[in-house]
Every structure is written in C-alpha cells, then in structure tokens.
Design a protein around this ligand. Structure first.
Ligand code: HEM
Ligand code: HEM
Length: 220
C-alpha cells in the first residue's frame, strides 16, 4: 500500500494546505462517522428503538473497520505507530502534569490509551445491545453470566431473588454507555488541553487531516 502520510508538503504560510498530512481520509470519515452514530444512539435510546439499534450497529461496523485499518492503514492510523506500554503512558502523563510533554505528530501515548478505552467500551456497549435483542443470544452465554449475584438481585428482585441474565445485560449496556460518555468527556478535555499546549487546533486537524510539521523536540 502506498503510504502518503509522511509526504511533507512544503508549509505555505497561512494557506489551508499548510503542514503535513497526518490523518488519512478513511480515518477521518471513521472518526466523524463514529461521533455521529454515537450521538444518534444516545439521543434515540429509549425514544426511537429502530434508529437506536441501527446507530449502534453502525458504531460496531466502524469499530470493525478501525481494527483492520489499525493494521493495514496509513502510517499514523496504525496501532503499532501509537500504542505504548503502561510505563511510557504513565511517563507521558507525568510529563503532562509538569507541563513539559513532547508534541507528537500522531496520537500521543495518553490519547492512544484513551482510544483503546473508547474502542473497548463502545464495542461492549454495542455487543450488550445486540445481546439484549434476543433472549436466545443471552442464553448462549456461559452459565455464570445468566445470573447476577443474589446481593444485587435483591434490588432487581426476580426469580426467587435472582435477576435474569437479560436484566444483568441490560444494566451492563447502560453502565457501558455511561462509561463511554464519561470517556468522551475526558477525550474532549484531552484534545482541548493538547490543542492549547501545542498551539494547534487538533479538532480542525481531524477535519483537514493536516498538522503543523514536526519541529525540533517533536516526535514524528
Ligand atoms: C465534537 C467532538 C469531538 C472532537 C472535536 C474530537 C476530536 C478528536 C481529535 C482531534 C482526535 C485526534 C486526537 C489526536 O490528535 O491524537 C480524535 C481522535 C479520536 N476520537 Fe474524537 N472527537 C470528538 C468526539 C469523539 C467521540 C464522541 C468519540 C467516540 C464515541 C471519539 C472517538 C475518537 C477516537 C476513537 C479517536 C482515535 C482516532 C483514530 O482512530 O485514530 N471522538 N478525536
Ligand atoms: C454503541 C452504541 C450504543 C449506545 C451508546 C447505546 C446506549 C444506550 C442507552 C444510553 C440506553 C438507555 C439505557 C437506560 O437508561 O435504560 C440504551 C438502551 C437500549 N439499547 Fe442501546 N446503545 C447502543 C447500541 C445498541 C445496540 C446495537 C442495540 C441493539 C441492537 C441496543 C439496544 C438497546 C435496547 C434494547 C435498550 C433498552 C431500551 C429499553 O429500556 O426499553 N443498543 N442504549
């Protein structure tokens, strides 16, 4: 596959095309498609079930695409380019607290950890949504998942003190959806913070695909 992301076009002062191309078009479509589908799933939850489910399936489809693109996509889309271990991520967070984290042309280690968290929670939300659709799907789960603990079941109160697996899955769906929303808020805070720290509009970069070329001390 030809890799065009590293091709640095000469920065043209003030021009819309200034900078280097970092995010490829499919990655950008993935991102904004995910934002739209996630928002639609939220807004239609318990309001417009058919649309809610289709929006959830679109989220699942986009994640499936992203997993493939993380392996075969352009340079800055690849997981191998931006995934870091816990110590590198913690080191980066420590640098952030001291206000001296380095600028990354691709995702920084904290952003990368957030991407993993978002993808995992979104997958879990979509999967539990799919499970809820049919009791037969829940019945396919291993036995322990069919029931929640008696302590919890006291509140739910069904079937002699045990809540059914269906209720547990529904609860999990809601918890995961709320957790994802919390992550999205942190994601936006991270984007804002990095934009201010490195004096560049990262949200716009996710639209145009371009960022300021790496300077001295930056990680490209
Ligand atoms: C208007 C709201 C949003 C803005 C402005 C925004 C902005 C951004 C930006 C600037 C990046 C690149 C970060 C970097 O430079 O490393 C990014 C990445 C990402 N965002 Fe958002 N985001 C928004 C909402 C969301 C939502 C709602 C989700 C998920 C439900 C989401 C999921 C992701 C993911 C998964 C990535 C990684 C992209 C990749 O696959 O490489 N974002 N976002
Ligand atoms: C990742 C995308 C999704 C998000 C963010 C999401 C979010 C939510 C939220 C916030 C609720 C309301 C929970 C409550 O307050 O009781 C809900 C309920 C529900 N969702 Fe999802 N969901 C997603 C995907 C899906 C999918 C793919 C399906 C099924 C194919 C699904 C099926 C349902 C059902 C059946 C309910 C219960 C509605 C009711 O209480 O009657 N969801 N979802």
């Amino acid at each position: 596959m030809t890799d065009t992301t590293e091709r640095a076009s000469a920065p043209q002062a003030g021009g819309a095309k200034a900078g280097v191309r970092v995010w490829d078009p499919l990655l950008r479509i993935f991102h904004w498609g995910l934002v739209a589908a996630f928002a639609l799933a939220w807004l239609t939850a318990e309001e417009w079930q058919v649309v809610h489910e289709y929006a959830g399936y679109v989220v699942a489809g986009l994640i499936a695409f992203r997993l493939v693109w993380g392996v075969v996509g352009s340079r800055y889309a690849r997981f191998a380019q931006f995934l870091r271990g816990p110590s590198a991520t913690l080191g980066y967070l420590r640098d952030m607290l001291r206000g001296r984290e380095r600028r990354h042309l691709g995702h920084n280690p904290a952003g990368a950890a957030m991407i993993v968290a978002l993808l995992v929670c979104l997958s879990g939300t979509a999967f539990t949504g799919w499970l809820m659709e049919e009791p037969a799907r829940i019945a396919m789960l291993p036995d322990p998942v069919q029931f929640v603990t008696p302590a919890h079941a006291e509140e739910e109160g069904e079937e002699g003190g045990y809540a059914t697996g269906g209720e547990a899955v529904e609860e999990l769906h809601e918890v995961l959806a709320n957790l994802t929303l919390l992550l999205v808020v942190l994601h936006l805070a991270g984007v804002l913070l990095a934009s201010v720290r490195h004096r560049e509009n990262l949200a716009r970069a996710m639209v145009t695909g371009r960022k300021r070329a790496a300077g001295p001390g930056d990680i490209a």
